[in-house]
Design a protein around this ligand. Sequence first.
Ligand code: GLN
Length: 281
Amino acid sequence: MKLQYQSIKRKIFNKKRFKKLGWIALIVTVCFLNVACDSITNNSEEKILLTVGIDPTFPPFEMREENNRIVGFDLDILRAIAEQEEIEITIDDRLAFNQLINALEQGEIDAIMSGMTITSKRAEKVEFSRPYFQTGLAITVRDEERKIQSTNDLKNKTIAVQIGTKGARKAENISGAKISQFSSIALALHELKNGNIDAVIHDFPAILYAIKIGNLDGLRIIEKLLTTEYYGIALPKDSEHIDRINDALEALIADRTYDDLYSQWFNSEPRPLPEIAPTLE
Ligand code: GLN
């Protein structure tokens, strides 16, 4: 009887110990899971700080107002991305367009949003986001110029471009062309108006807007959309932030924030954007 009593007691004692251990194990597991889950959520919501390089000579994507404020379509999209993805953005406007990729490679800036055309050559040095704009190059001449109707008529002419741009590359391939390089397209258009050069090659919307805000009458755009180009946001190669930027762009396109901003700046409906830009050299 006594023996039986003892063994029952031991059984009860063991059961209690087992229960206690079980509880401890459960608490430890719950704590561990909590920490693990916390760190996952924190990671995805972690605020990132990005210094974005912009050359504000590209209207209406980035341009300086009289009060020195930089405004434009790119700035509005950037602001929307920042809100969408909890990104704190600092704008760095000190660099010329042709210096931006080098600055990104050197780590002086964390991203570029400057109407930059996605090209395979640039993609060797930077990681591009999904395309956020579709457009192309155009040629501008003086109104009274009748001999230049297309790219073929540009042979042996003096063509003005902005340094380091896609327009500059296009001009380099025109045989016999003399190329004048400018730091901003507004300066090039003034030279064209003054009769010092024969034509300007640059992105169509930027030429259109620069003529409008610069009151540059007497100029005519020919060969609108000579090329099909897509703009992307450039990040360093293998950037850990590329997915967040792409997710934000996708969300802005899906909820029509993108369309609203597009029609505010361009008075028209945006063209559909592919997820990946077609290869362009
Ligand atoms: N889209 C052109 C390029 O990438 C021009 C950009 C610009 O002048 N900001 O070369």
